[in-house]
Design a binder for this molecule. Structure first.
Ligand code: NAP
Length: 255
């Protein structure tokens, strides 16, 4: 059991990559605090997870006060916190110009303020709020924080707000790794390629096929491909790794 006795918080645990990470961690002995916008989907994740003692929480990670209250509750429920996976994220929001992007290749000029702000609020502010709450508690005994960035954070593939937010996640990762290392807290990022989840179901199949044909390993990734990377970064095997990113992307992006 690579995470035996560890308490792991996973955000966005009710779907796709977050669900796969939560279930992989539970199979490796972790106790789960599964967070999602809808508590019900997080509940479904823990219901299907191995082991016992998991709990589900409904919280919007973009709401700093709600995040603080959720982490206080997690501390009361579990008494400790060892691993945080900042996985919750959105790639689109109403008014973000993604429809125009598909039709004309132009999106920036159509992006509305509220859409840009919402994508940044979930993907960046959410990582900051959860990292701050976790670090306050991990300072006592160390821990591992894993931030979900994207190949969009390494390249220009994606909408403007999504690329900006996922690049910002890499900056947050490096800055927090530098500051928190002295407490035995490691902070790393994962930059997934194109993974088969409800998020990518929004993307036209023809475009996915173009990406797959440009991928040396010749397939779309599965959520479990990312869960195995998260397991490595959460456990002892990566005990000298911090401030880094790992990109399971089948070779689509190399840098
Ligand atoms: P997904 O299937 O859409 O799952 C994301 C989960 O996060 C959903 O359960 C969603 O809830 C939840 N969520 C969204 N906003 C939230 C908020 N404000 N507070 C709490 N939970 C929230 O997406 P995924 O593909 O698994 O993506 C997971 C992460 O990987 C994201 O950060 C994404 O950017 C990143 N990523 C994905 C890919 C890919 O190809 N799939 C590639 C690179 C990076 P609702 O469903 O209720 O909105």
């Amino acid at each position: 059991m690579r995470l035996g006795g560890k308490v792991a918080v996973v955000t966005g645990a009710g779907s796709g990559i977050g669900r796969a990470i939560a279930q992989c961690f539970a199979a490796e002995g972790a106790k789960l605090a599964a967070l999602d916008l809808a508590q019900d989907t997080a509940r479904q994740t823990i219901a299907a997870a191995e082991g016992a003692g998991h709990r589900a929480y409904g919280v919007d990670v973009a709401d700093g006060a709600a995040v603080a209250a959720a982490f206080a509750q997690i501390e009361a429920d579990f008494g400790a916190l060892d691993v945080l996976v900042n996985n919750a994220g959105v790639q689109s929001a109403p008014g973000d110009g993604s429809e125009q992007l598909l039709k004309t290749g132009q999106q920036i000029i159509h992006m509305e303020d509220a859409a840009f702000a919402r994508i940044m609020a979930v993907n960046v502010n959410g990582v900051f709020f959860c990292t701050r709450e976790a670090a306050r508690r991990m300072q006592r005994g160390g821990g591992a924080i894993i931030n979900m960035s994207s190949i969009a954070g390494l390249s220009s593939q994606g909408t403007i707000a999504y690329c900006a937010s996922k690049s910002a996640v890499l900056g947050l990762t490096r800055a927090s790794a530098r500051e928190l290392g002295r407490f035995g807290i490691r902070v790393n990022a994962i930059c997934p390629g194109v993974i088969d989840t409800p998020m990518t179901a929004e993307i036209p199949e023809a475009f996915i096929n173009t990406l797959v044909s440009a991928t040396p390993l010749g397939r779309q990734g599965q959520p479990e491909d990312i869960a195995r990377a998260a397991l490595y970064l959460a456990g002892e095997e990566s005990s000298f790794v911090t401030g880094q990113w790992l990109s399971p992307n089948g070779g689509l992006v190399m840098c």
